[in-house]
Ligand binder design. Sequence first.
Ligand SMILES: [Mn+2]
Length: 355
Amino acid sequence: MIKLTINNVPTLFIKAFTQDDIETIMQFVRQAASFHSGSDNTILFIDTPITAATVEAVEKLNRERFKVVFRDHHGIDGEPNNDREKQVVVNLKKLNSILGKNCNVTVRRLHPACSTLVKVGEFEDAVAIIADPDADGLTAAMKAAGVYYEGLDDDAALLDGEPQLQVTGTPISQLLAKGIAVIPSYDASRPKDREIAQQKLFSDWLKAVSGNQAAKDRLQEKVAAYDEAVRVSQELAKTAEYVAPGVVLVDVADKALYDPGTLNALLELDPVCRIMVIRKSLGPIAALHGIQYSLAVAKVCQKEINLHDLVPKDAKSDPKLGVISNVSFLLHTNEDVWIKEVLPRLKQTSPSPVC
Ligand SMILES: [Mn+2]
């Protein structure tokens, strides 16, 4: 978890999944409240995934007489078409019944960035803000607390979009996007490194937006690291090999730091590439199983291909079981699942003529 004070508003960046996460939110808010001097007792949740744990935290805060306001763009656009989406619908219904008009959950199509769901400084007197630990959560929380610059909303939409577009915002936005791109992946032997790097980056960017030159200089060093990571990605793209019809694999295990956005964009340039597979030694599944295969569907094929079809129907998304998949166009597995389930299925399917 990441903690920042934005324009005097204590802000916690967290995705809530477990009982521990709920407890972290409760303790953070109670402590913020003990230091809070105004009469406003609002807690803003912004861009936080609508999990059962999030709803439970909201319920508890509500019971402790805080006024919870929920703004988000992770609503399901149309009919839910998998278990996770069905769960979001159930959780959102509950959230609406608890919060009524203080719950405003829309869809990404209408609000590509959550910053468009708040006015500048609308929550500057709030007790605390709970936000998603990504660039969208950060920019939205900053705007809500009253830290804003011209163009922040457009930058935020790019930062929350496709990896290739994330680095195309204003110069100040690029400092954040490129810094995020070179945050070290989760490494089980140094479990805290990633979080510490992200905390430092968020804190520096907040300072940089407020005009702090030393923070800007530190972020500029990250840009140099990013440029090098782009170069490594260009080299790695040359090692790509086809492992099944339309399925291209690049092995990056134990290689130098690369930029995933650049690598995927280069692989997607190949018109026959439908699915990109990256074999890695870092990441949440690699942390438990040593090696991780991360699959992504090329953009033009995302309507046709559902990666959930590559694992058994009853497979649960759980790093311990060697499978993570929340959306149909991304799938992460361990080596065992890759060899026994995924690769054989990939070899059976013939490339669709549509994409
Ligand atoms: Mn978002």
